[in-house]
Design a protein around this ligand. Structure first.
Ligand code: SF4
Length: 293
């Protein structure tokens, strides 16, 4: 693959983003005949980089997420090249391929800031409900599983109150390595890591995603708003830059609620979080467990 100068790279990213916003994800590139740079330059100004046809534009526009996150510039070639998991239908095998692709990841600076291990995600690969937090903490880093500390216990209680078990849902984070001192993951770290989360979502095909806390919500929705504005409604969500191989899956509903760690610090907000979960339960037709259970 040729090395592109930043200007060209940005221009191609803009073009890919434009098509992604229309719901178009499949592309081909013409072979370079003269020189790679000339071809790339002409691709920017012509239709050399074009979506696979035929395209039902109306359908594509209908699929467009109201809040589709942007495609990070650094990952444009992951959009152009189909991801390996798209070739398998079994979600367990597909998630394994994503994990293998992630490898012993050094893509962002979190890999050298004290992480013990990558925390990929856990749960039912066919889950209808998925929870997404911001990143692993100390317990998660030690055990290699998201939400296993005190906040994890509270999340388990929240899941149980919805009439489900932890193993019924899928749980992941925006970044897969622990930020030092549990600081908030930075923008470049989220942009680098989140394409893997998008691919996990595209494989799992949940009906509902619950974003736990403002960091997860803002990264998934690409909306910069306070929690008070983000909560209390569903968003249409399609994973940016990743495509499900199931044409019947048109994306998920996304709801925002408080991060369990925040609820531990301010238990008065548990009632508000319960309202968010009840909205999800209604959509998924879930019933709270009977008292005797
Ligand atoms: S946070 Fe994500 S992108 Fe960064 S090193 Fe860890 S796995 Fe890689």
């Amino acid at each position: 693959m040729p090395t592109l100068d930043p200007l060209m790279r940005r221009a191609i990213a803009e073009r890919v983003r434009f098509y992604n916003e229309l719901g178009i994800y499949d592309f081909y590139r013409r072979e370079a005949r003269v020189s790679e740079q000339d071809t790339v330059l002409s691709a920017i100004h012509s239709d050399a980089l074009v979506p696979t046809l035929p395209i039902e534009l109306d359908t594509m526009l209908a699929k467009k997420s109201a809040a589709a996150p942007k495609t990070p510039e650094g990952n444009i070639f992951e959009v152009i090249t189909p991801n390996p998991e798209q070739r398998v239908s079994d979600p367990i095998a597909a998630l394994k391929l994503i994990r293998e692709d992630l490898g012993d990841c050094t893509r962002c600076k979190l890999h050298k800031q004290g992480r013990k291990q990558i925390v990929f995600g856990v749960g039912n690969p066919r889950a209808e409900l998925m929870f997404v937090g911001e990143g692993p903490g100390a317990d998660e880093d030690a055990q290699g599983e998201p939400f296993v500390g005190r906040a994890g216990q509270l999340l388990n209680n929240m899941i149980k109150a919805m009439g489900l078990r932890r193993e019924d849902v899928y749980i992941a984070n925006v970044v897969k390595c622990r930020p030092p001192g549990n600081r908030t993951p930075e923008r470049d770290e989220c942009d680098t890591c989140s394409p893997f989360l998008m691919r996990q979502i595209a494989v799992i095909k949940p009906k509902v995603i619950v974003a736990l806390g403002a960091v997860a919500a803002k990264n998934l929705l690409a909306i910069n708003a306070p929690m008070s504005e983000l909560r209390g409604r569903f968003y249409d969500f399609t994973p940016s830059g990743a495509r499900s191989n199931d044409p019947n899956w048109q994306g998920a509903k996304l709801a925002v609620t408080y991060h369990p760690a925040f609820l531990l610090r301010d238990p008065r907000q548990k009632g508000e979080a319960w309202k968010d979960l009840q909205m999800v339960m209604k959509y998924l037709e879930l019933k709270p467990p009977q008292k005797s259970e």
